[in-house]
Design a protein around this ligand. Structure first.
Ligand code: SF4
Length: 664
C-alpha cells in the first residue's frame, strides 16, 4: 500500500465489480454472488452521493466490508472507516484491503491506532539520558525498544512481539497526548505521530477504531489540549462498522474518568522530565506531596468493590473536603512553579497536563451537569497489607462521570458535523426495526436497509430451548443448567462456547462441570483472550467458558465450534450505576425502562452471542438458551422475533438427530 502515487485509473462500477460474472466472481477466491452485498453497496454509494446518513443491518456473510469499501474508494474523497474491535480493524487492513488491491491495484490506505500504541521518540531519548529503569527486566526491554526504534517505520508496538502487553516501561515511553510537547518537541519532525498524521492526509481510506475516533473528537473539544493532540484529519464521509458499540464507546469519551494512577503518572513524569532542569522548583517535595495527598483523597472515597454510584458527592465534600482542597492546592502550586520554568521545554506540556488533571478533578467532585451520572469503580484486588490497614490503595480506583444520554452529543458532534455517516453491523435491529438504535444515538434523519444473512440459518442452525429449566433466578437453576449443559456437550462432543452473563455463574458452572466432563475446558480469565481462542481452535473437542468479551468479535469457523450455550437472557445489571441512571431517566420521561431499554439492549446482545456459531456457509451447529423466560414471558416474543430464522426445538432428540444427520 504505497503512498506515493494516487490510483489514477477509473475504478469499476458496483455492477462491474459485484454482479454475477463480475470482477469479484472472476477473482481467484471462491467468491459467490451475494445479492445483498450489491444491494448494500448501492445503498452506501447513494448515501455518499446524496450526502445523507444510512443505517444498514447486514446479516453475517453479506460481505459488508467490500460493500462499503468500493463505494468509499469510488468517491475519490477521504473516508474514515471506524470499527468496534481491533480484530475487524486488522481484518480490514491485512485481509480485505490487500484482497481489493489484487483486483484494483494499489490503494492509499492508512491504519491508525490510539497514540498509546506508538513510541514517543522524545521520551526514549529522555530516558536514555536519565535512566530510572527499575530492574533487569526493564533494562532489557529498554534495549530491545531502543534497537527496534532504529529500524521501525511505524513505531507501532504491535511489531514488538515479545514485549509484554502490560509492560510498565512501555507506559513510560508511549506517545499519548497528555505528555506530548507538540510542535515544540525537538523530535517533532521524526515523530511517529507526525508521520502517521502525514500518511493519513495522503490516504483515501483511514482505518481507525471507535475508541480512537471518539478520543480524537474529545481531545479536539478540550480548549486546553495541545494543538496537535488530535491525529485524525477531517473527513466528510465516515463509516462506523460494528456500530452497535457506538453508544458505549461514545459514553466513555464524552464522559470523564480519573484514577489514582493518573496522579502517580504525573508525579513520575514530572520527576523524570525535569531532572536537572527544575531551577528553583522543588520537584521532589511537590511530587511527594501530590502522591500523599492523592492517596489520602482516594482512600477517603466511599468503600466498595466494582462499580457503584457516587451520588452523594456533596456529603463526601462535607466530610473530606479538606483532602480535596489539599490535592487541588498542590496541583495549583505545581502549575505556578512549572509556569516559572521557562527554560525547560517540558514544563509547558507538564503544566497543561497538571491543569487538565485539576479541572477533571474539580468537574468530577463539584459539577452538577444534569445529563451525567457520577460513579466509582475499583479494579484489582487490594494488596494484603492494604487490606490489613483498611486501605484500597493498591487497587486502581476511578472516579467517573458518564453521560446518561449520548443522543444529543452524537447529534451535535457527529451527525450534524459529518455530511454522510454510514452505520453498519450484523446486529442493529430489534424486531426488524431501527427505532431503538435511532433513539439511543439521536439519529433522526437516515435511510435504512436490512440485508438478510447470506447463510441458510434454517438448515445450518438449530435453536434448542430446553423445556424443563427452572427460572434462572431460582436456587435450583445452576444444578439444572449443569445437567443440561453436560447432556448437550455429550451430543456435540464438546466443541462449544458456554457464554455466561456473570462471572460468578460461569465459575459456579465450571466447578460443577469440570469433574464430570471428558472434554478440555478453557476458562475465561486464566489466559489472555487471544491465547484462549488460539488454544480453543487447536484443541480437539474443547469447551470454552466465557463471559462478556467472548459474546462478540470472536470468529471461529468450522467444526471446532459447533455449539453455543447461553445461560440467561443478557439483561444489563440494573444495579450498575450507568444502567440505573439510564433507566431512571427513561422513567422520568414517561417511558418504560424495562421495555424501552433493557429488553432491546438484551436482544442485541443475544443476537451477538448466538452470532458466534455460524461464521461460514459450511458451518452447522446448535444454539442453546437455558433461560425459560424466552418462552414463558411475553417479552420473550421480542427476542424470538428478533433472532435470525433458526429452526427451533424443545426436544433433545432433535439435537441428537441434527448431529447424527449428514450435512445437507
Ligand atoms: S511530538 Fe510528542 S509524541 Fe512525538 S516525539 Fe515529541 S513528545 Fe513524543
Amino acid at each position: 500500500m504505497p503512498f506515493a502515487e494516487a490510483p489514477s485509473r477509473a475504478l469499476p462500477t458496483l455492477h462491474e465489480f459485484f454482479a454475477p460474472g463480475g470482477i469479484l466472481a472472476r477473482s481467484p477466491l471462491p467468491y459467490e454472488y451475494r445479492p445483498g452485498q450489491l444491494e448494500m453497496a448501492k445503498a452506501v454509494e447513494r448515501a455518499f452521493s446524496e450526502r445523507r446518513h444510512l443505517i444498514v443491518e447486514a446479516g453475517t456473510g453479506t460481505g459488508k466490508t467490500l460493500a462499503y469499501l468500493l463505494p468509499a474508494l469510488r468517491t475519490g474523497q477521504r473516508v474514515i472507516v471506524s470499527t468496534g474491535t481491533k480484530a475487524l480493524q486488522d481484518q480490514l487492513f491485512f485481509r480485505d484491503i490487500p484482497f481489493l488491491e489484487t483486483l484494483l491495484g494499489d490503494l492509499r490506505v492508512c491504519y491508525m491506532k490510539g497514540r498509546a500504541n506508538y513510541l514517543c521518540r522524545h521520551k526514549l531519548v529522555t530516558l536514555q539520558n536519565q535512566p530510572i529503569l527499575s530492574g533487569l527486566e526493564e533494562i532489557n526491554e529498554y534495549r530491545e525498544i531502543a534497537e527496534w526504534e532504529k529500524q521501525t517505520e511505524t513505531g507501532d508496538r504491535a511489531e514488538l512481539a515479545t514485549l509484554p502487553e502490560s509492560s510498565a516501561l512501555w507506559q513510560k515511553l508511549d506517545a499519548r497526548s497528555e505528555a506530548c510537547l507538540g510542535t515544540t518537541c525537538p523530535d517533532y519532525r521524526r515523530c511517529f505521530i507526525t508521520e502517521m498524521r502525514r500518511r493519513a492526509l495522503e490516504s483515501d481510506i483511514i482505518i481507525v477504531n471507535h475508541h480512537l475516533f471518539f478520543a480524537d473528537a474529545a481531545v479536539r473539544q478540550m480548549a486546553a489540549a495541545a494543538p496537535d493532540a488530535g491525529i485524525l484529519p477531517e473527513a466528510g464521509l465516515v463509516i462506523f462498522d460494528e456500530a452497535h458499540e457506538l453508544e458505549g464507546v461514545a459514553s466513555n469519551y464524552f464522559g470523564l474518568s480519573l484514577s489514582n494512577l493518573r496522579f502517580e503518572e504525573l508525579a513520575r513524569d514530572t520527576e523524570t522530565l525535569l531532572r536537572g532542569k527544575s531551577g528553583s522548583m522543588n520537584v521532589a517535595a511537590l511530587t511527594q506531596q501530590l502522591r500523599d495527598r492523592a492517596r489520602m483523597l482516594f482512600a477517603a472515597l466511599p468503600a466498595g468493590d466494582g462499580r457503584q454510584p457516587f451520588n452523594d458527592r456533596e456529603g463526601f465534600l462535607e466530610t473530606s473536603g479538606d483532602l480535596y482542597l489539599g490535592v487541588r492546592a498542590t496541583l495549583r502550586q505545581m502549575e505556578a512553579d512549572l509556569d516559572s520554568l521557562t527554560e525547560a521545554e517540558e514544563a509547558f506540556a507538564l503544566k497543561g497536563r497538571t491543569m487538565r488533571l485539576r479541572s477533571d478533578l474539580e468537574f468530577l467532585l463539584e459539577s452538577n451537569a444534569s445529563n451525567m451520572v457520577y460513579w466509582l469503580e475499583r479494579r484489582g484486588a487490594p494488596a494484603a497489607s492494604d487490606r490489613r490497614q483498611g486501605r484500597g490503595a493498591s487497587r486502581t480506583t476511578f472516579i467517573q462521570a458518564t453521560p446518561i444520554d449520548v443522543s444529543e452529543l452524537l447529534r451535535e458532534r457527529v451527525f450534524e458535523q459529518i455530511p454522510t455517516v454510514v452505520l453498519t453491523s450484523a446486529t442493529l435491529t430489534v424486531q426488524g426495526g431501527f427505532e431503538h438504535l435511532r433513539r439511543r444515538l439521536g439519529l433522526s434523519e437516515a435511510r435504512e436497509l436490512v440485508v438478510p444473512s447470506h447463510y441458510r440459518y434454517g438448515q445450518q442452525a438449530l435453536l434448542y430451548l430446553p423445556p424443563e429449566m427452572p427460572d434462572p433466578r431460582d436456587g435450583d437453576f445452576p444444578e439444572a443448567a449443569a445437567r443440561c449443559i453436560r447432556r448437550v456437550l455429550e451430543i456435540t462432543q464438546g466443541r462449544a462456547f458456554c457464554l455466561f452473563t456473570s462471572y460468578a455463574q460461569m465459575r459456579d458452572l465450571y466447578e460443577r462441570l469440570l469433574p464430570v466432563l471428558d472434554y478440555p475446558i478453557l476458562l475465561h480469565g486464566t489466559a489472555p483472550r487471544k491465547a484462549l481462542l488460539e488454544e480453543f481452535r487447536n484443541t480437539p473437542n474443547a469447551v470454552l467458558f466465557g463471559t462478556s468479551s467472548f459474546w462478540q468479535g470472536v470468529d471461529v469457523q468450522g467444526e471446532a465450534l459447533s455449539c453455543v450455550i447461553i445461560d440467561r437472557l443478557p439483561f444489563a445489571v440494573p444495579s450498575d450505576p450507568v444502567v440505573q441512571a439510564r433507566m431512571k431517566a427513561i422513567e422520568e420521561n414517561g417511558g418504560k425502562p424495562f421495555f424501552d431499554y433493557q429488553v432491546p439492549e438484551a436482544v442485541l446482545t443475544l443476537k451477538q452471542g448466538f452470532g458466534r456459531l455460524i461464521r461460514s456457509l459450511e458451518d452447522r451447529g446448535v444454539l442453546v438458551l437455558l433461560d425459560r423466560r424466552i418462552r414463558t414471558q411475553r417479552y420473550g416474543q421480542t427476542f424470538l422475533q428478533s433472532l435470525p430464522p433458526y429452526r427451533t426445538t424443545n426436544t433433545i432428540t432433535d439435537v441428537e438427530e441434527f448431529f447424527n444427520s449428514p450435512k445437507p
